[in-house]
Design a protein around this ligand. Structure first.
Ligand code: PGA
Length: 215
């Protein structure tokens, strides 16, 4: 199984999100060995959920989750609120670690809460120093220098990092960082990489679908 995660980050307005979904669903053909996960900003989770529930092998993720379960935390979005709307949550993306001071400790709490509400987690790590929380279902290796730069990392370097991690057998291992339809093929040829976390190239649904069409 190869996973393709579309991380829209803080992009798109309502009509752009609608348009993305329309084009995606018109052009999507399920494959037995491909899982697609769409991670839009929170305001679009509902429309994404409504559209993908009828599409085989397509799931929804939040881009983050609160470290608080519920209560007086204005602006936070809890696992409790997300349950029923998403299947997964990304946690620990480097953009959150760097811009919002997230630590391994807060990420640990987020993963615990996600699991309490039966959401799966996609834990992003920047390198071998970020803590791996073995309860996560997916680990995405996203070296900072590769994100949004066009400087994607070689398969050899990704596998070298993976070998240092000693991940549990059930954890899926993904790569993310400047993945595009021009460089995706190499990542799909090895069983060591279970899929890709895609930012920039996921903003256009046709471009995003070109990645999974290469499986
Ligand atoms: P990118 O982003 O594909 O634009 O490099 C990847 C990510 O940060 O998830």
């Amino acid at each position: 199984m190869k996973y393709f995660i579309a991380n829209w980050k803080a992009n798109k307005n309502v009509s752009e999100a609608d348009q993305w979904l329309k084009i995606f669903s018109q052009n999507y053909y399920p494959k037995e060995n491909v899982t697609i996960i769409i991670a839009p900003p929170y305001p679009f989770l509902h429309i994404v959920h409504e559209v993908v529930r009828s599409l085989k092998n397509v799931f929804v993720a939040a881009q983050d989750i609160s470290m608080y379960e519920e209560g007086n935390y204005t602006g936070e979005v809890s696992a409790k609120s997300l349950k029923g709307l998403v299947d997964y949550s990304i946690v620990g993306h480097s953009e959150r670690r760097v811009n919002f001071n997230e630590t391994d400790e807060t990420i640990d709490k987020k993963i615990d809460l996600a699991h309490k509400y039966l959401l799966k987690t996609i834990l992003c790590i920047r390198d071998g120093n970020d803590k791996i929380i073995n309860e996560t279902e997916i680990v995405a290796y996203e070296p900072i220098g590769a994100i949004g730069t066009g400087e994607n990392v070689s398969v050899e370097n990704i596998i070298a990092l993976k070998n240092k991690l000693s991940l549990g057998d059930s954890i899926k291992f993904l790569y993310g960082g400047s993945v595009s339809d021009k460089n995706v093929a190499q990542y799909l040829q090895t069983d060591a990489i279970d899929g890709l976390l895609v930012g920039g190239a996921s903003l256009d649904p046709v471009q995003f679908l070109k990645l999974s069409s290469q499986v």
